[in-house]
Design a protein around this ligand. Structure first.
Ligand code: URA
Length: 200
């Protein structure tokens, strides 16, 4: 849906306030709340995930569940400084099963509708580098939807300009085990360290 120009947020805080009552797609219906980005609004690095999970939906903050614990651990190991942490989609998409809420991938339409918010965040934070975690973030930022097998560790161009470094999503790493999990964890750590060097 088009937003009248007069209603376009002019600051990051205005954008966040407007996003809290977003109804651009149907995901707002079942989700608890909009999960906006957080961190340093002057950061030179932006990290973009897929969408809030169960914990994020309840707490209203990005990356506070199991994937977030892994990400934050690796960010500390990589000595990530100022960062803006956000998601491609700002509402939790899930399928109820009993008392559980099972994560579902957002579809292209949902990602595209939510790009309105991601674009605003990017305009106001204006990072020098963006790290895309997983295929949804990579698609939201670059418009390209290929597999990450050949893209991870590489830098692509964001649709709104600027470099996007592609990496694994921490939830993907949590679904692996043994050697595969260790190797993917190391790759994400390397990408975070690479990001630190690129924004230095
Ligand atoms: N996964 C994401 O992509 N984002 C979050 O905020 C949490 C889990």
């Amino acid at each position: 849906p088009a937003t009248p120009v007069a209603n376009r947020p002019e600051t990051l805080d205005q954008a966040r306030d407007a996003a809290m009552s977003c109804t651009r797609c149907d995901l707002c219906q079942a989700a608890t709340q909009t999960v906006w980005g957080e961190g340093d609004p002057n950061a030179t690095l932006m990290i973009v995930g897929e969408q809030p999970g169960d914990q994020e939906d309840l707490q209203g903050r990005p990356f506070v569940g199991p994937a977030g614990t892994l990400l934050r651990e690796l960010m500390e190991e990589a000595e990530i400084g100022a960062v803006w942490l956000t998601n491609a989609v700002k509402h939790f998409k899930f399928r109820p099963r009993g008392k559980l809420r099972l994560h579902q991938n957002p579809n292209r339409g949902e990602v595209q509708h939510c790009r309105w918010w991601l674009d605003l965040e990017r305009r106001f934070v204006a990072p020098r580098l963006t790290l895309a975690l997983g295929a949804t973030a990579a698609y939201a930022l670059t418009g390209k939807s290929g597999s990450l097998q050949n893209r991870r560790g590489q830098t692509e161009q964001a649709m709104d300009g600027g470099p996007v470094l592609i990496s694994w999503h921490p939830s993907y790493i949590l679904r692996l085990s043994g050697k595969d999990a260790r190797s993917a964890r190391l790759m994400l750590l390397e990408d975070l360290q690479h990001a630190v060097r690129l924004v230095r």
